[in-house]
Design a protein around this ligand. Sequence first.
Ligand SMILES: [Zn+2]
Length: 184
Amino acid sequence: MPDGDAKRLLQQAAAAKWAKFCPRCGNPLSDRFIDEERQYRRVCPNCGFIFYLNPKVAAGAIPQQDGKIWLVRRNIEPSSGCWTFPGGYVDLGECVPDAAVRETYEETMLRVRLDRLLNVYSYGQSGIVMIAYCATVIGGTAGITPECREIQAFGLDEIPWNDLAFPSTREALAEYVKLEASKK
Ligand SMILES: [Zn+2]
């Protein structure tokens, strides 16, 4: 029988019952307690496939140009209408820095060079790990794209703190501002 800890984990798994069928053979999945991991997983009784539910990895960049940073106003849910730095999910087969550069171009039309890792932002309840970079614009012209209704360069004292899209947006920009201040 599962102990208290395992029961807690089972409840977490129950929230993830949306995974109904085995992606490998199409059989319905069921909950099975995995002894080695001391927790329940969604498992295929037919082929043994374990459906691991992990956070998705997202990559973002804060593109700096002439002392200002480019932010975009999202045109899609979640947080449509709010500001964020460009970013998105890392594709399988792509490395994280490449994804940050690609997403920045797709959302801003700007070509960037990544200068350094800013930080990694991870929250237990959100299911996303955001890896954010400090970047410098090296080409392109800022333009709107289907995912973003507006793009604007903000001074570090002009960031729209009350209209930011996600907790990671706020935390990353706060750390960015602090980092830039420490350079002076
Ligand atoms: Zn299967």
